[in-house]
Design a protein around this ligand. Structure first.
Ligand code: FES
Length: 189
């Protein structure tokens, strides 16, 4: 095979950051040496938090952090992705609830109900069917029909607000408790 036959390298929009976000949980464990770290109490889990710097994430790109043992998706949405999410009627959604830990349990799954700042979508990256990690959709590698994520395990498709649109998953991807601590910094948990 000649070099000319090789495809152009493409920018991967799917990055994984396993470490780098200092977990407050570490300090918690140090303060409570008798806690079984393999089975931390709910109080410890409740305090576990990370701070994430989003400044390197480009529009259309997703970075995955790790939070409480789960992937945490942070996607910097493009204006087109935001517009697509906002054009959807809540009445057309399989799950009409926001599933946003920062809002009440009954908050509707409007796009505004899924974000704090429209550009940034922060989600627990766990499919609500049986817990697989969905794959992000990018212009060069579309996943599913709704521009968000596809869970390859059983075909659940999520839109650009992380809402379930098709397949067996019963709920929207969860929005964790988080807050902005700077223009491009968040604290999760
Ligand atoms: S675990 Fe995602 S579709 Fe089944």
């Amino acid at each position: 095979m000649t070099a000319a036959a090789k495809p152009e390298p493409t920018r991967r929009d799917f990055l994984y950051i396993a470490t780098g976000a200092a977990a407050t949980a570490g300090a918690v464990f140090a303060a409570w040496p008798f806690i079984d770290q393999m089975n931390p109490s709910s109080a410890v889990l409740a305090m576990a938090s990370i701070e994430a710097d989003l400044s390197a994430i480009q529009p259309g790109q997703q970075v995955i952090f790790k939070w409480r043992g789960h992937p945490l998706f942070v996607r910097r949405r493009t204006p087109k992705e935001i517009a697509e999410a906002r054009a959807v009627q809540v009445s057309d959604l399989p799950d009409p609830l926001a599933r946003n830990a920062n809002l009440s349990d009954s908050a509707p799954a409007t796009d505004a109900g899924r974000t704090i700042k429209p550009e940034w979508l922060v989600l627990v990256g766990v499919c609500t069917h049986l817990g697989c990690t969905p794959t992000v959709s990018t212009p060069g590698s579309p996943q599913g029909s709704f521009g968000g994520w596809l869970c390859h395990c059983h075909g659940s498709e999520y839109d650009t607000a992380g809402r379930i649109r098709k397949g067996p998953a019963p709920q929207n991807l969860a929005v964790p408790p988080y807050a902005f601590t700077g223009p491009t910094k968040i604290k999760v948990g």
